[in-house]
Design a protein. Structure first.
Length: 298
């Protein structure tokens, strides 16, 4: 593409040569921002997907794009780095006006919607994480449960300390085990540990405060068994160029599910009580096991 436009080759066209008199060719992608609302409705967009490889070898241009480039003088190319206007939302409007004012043809380079380019395997990981988030009550409910069963105010802060310590001590060994034996087994163990933790926190076993503190420690252990593995699965299933988008969508989904789950859990706490609520969370954690085996690849 750079050669056809009369631009020199560049190993990194987005960041090299921006001050060169020869100009720089780069892509304007929704990774950096969506299409501006003033995008001209009468401007035809074609789905020509191609790129310049880092080592200089280029893919063959689509026939319709090649015909357009060969039909006259090299067109103006407006990209992410085109410093046309300081007014947000007017990039396309100003670009078209400049091209028309100069009587030149123009090319506006954009990328397809990044979310649509994420593979099915990535969305399977997100689906499992969303279901898992519903089953896992937040730390706030552990603190409330401790206060409810008689943990003194002086000791209630230890809830966060105990679960954080269990999380920190387990995360690295779990990562090593997953690298050797795959992710399914550690993650499945994490779901089972969460179910046992919820059972202890529900008070269904007559262990008193000891059962509560064991449940808190197991809750932290399940975090060490699952959270790093989910992040690794997101990184592995997302294309390298879309990993930022992939993690953003992943954390957005988890955040929304945490909000909805917290609202629902608060309502159930009032409606059925804290014990049945924790027992329900444990049951949901076990329901995630078949989903894990269906969706997550080793």
């Amino acid at each position: 593409m750079r050669t056809r436009l009369g631009l020199p080759r560049s190993a990194n066209p987005l960041f090299e040569g921006q001050f060169s008199p020869f100009g720089t060719l780069a892509l304007y992608s929704p990774v950096f921002g969506s299409l501006q609302p003033d995008f001209p409705p009468d401007c035809a967009m074609t789905g020509c997907c191609f790129y310049d490889r880092r080592r200089g070898a280029t893919e063959r241009l689509p026939d319709d794009l090649a015909a357009f480039l060969d039909a006259g003088p090299p067109p103006l190319v407006f990209t992410l780095g085109s410093a046309l206007t300081l007014e947000p939302g007017r990039f396309y409007d100003v670009a078209i006006k400049v091209a028309r004012g100069l009587g030149r043809r123009a090319v506006l380079l954009v990328g397809p919607d990044a979310a649509r380019r994420l593979p099915a395997a990535y969305w399977e990981v997100v689906a499992l994480a969303a279901l898992f988030t519903v089953a896992r009550l937040t730390e706030a409910f552990l603190v409330l449960r401790g206060d409810q069963i008689g943990v003194s105010v002086a000791w209630i802060a230890l809830v966060t300390l105990v679960l954080s310590l269990a999380y920190a001590l387990s995360a690295y060994p779990v990562g090593v085990a997953a690298a050797r034996w795959g992710r399914k087994r550690p993650f499945g163990l994490g779901l089972a540990v969460l179910a046992v933790s919820m059972l202890l926190l529900s008070g269904m076993l007559p262990l008193g405060l000891a059962g509560f503190w064991i449940g808190v420690a197991l809750w932290g252990l399940h975090m060490g068994l699952t959270q790093g593995l989910l992040s690794a699965a997101v990184a592995e299933t997302a294309p390298t160029a879309l990993r930022g988008t992939a993690f953003g969508l992943y954390h957005l989904t988890i955040g929304l599910m945490q909000l909805l789950a917290a609202i629902g859990a608060g309502w159930l706490w009032q409606a059925i009580g804290s014990g049945p609520l924790f027992a329900l969370g444990g049951a949901l954690a076990l329901l995630c096991l078949p989903v894990l085996w269906l969706l997550i690849r080793e």
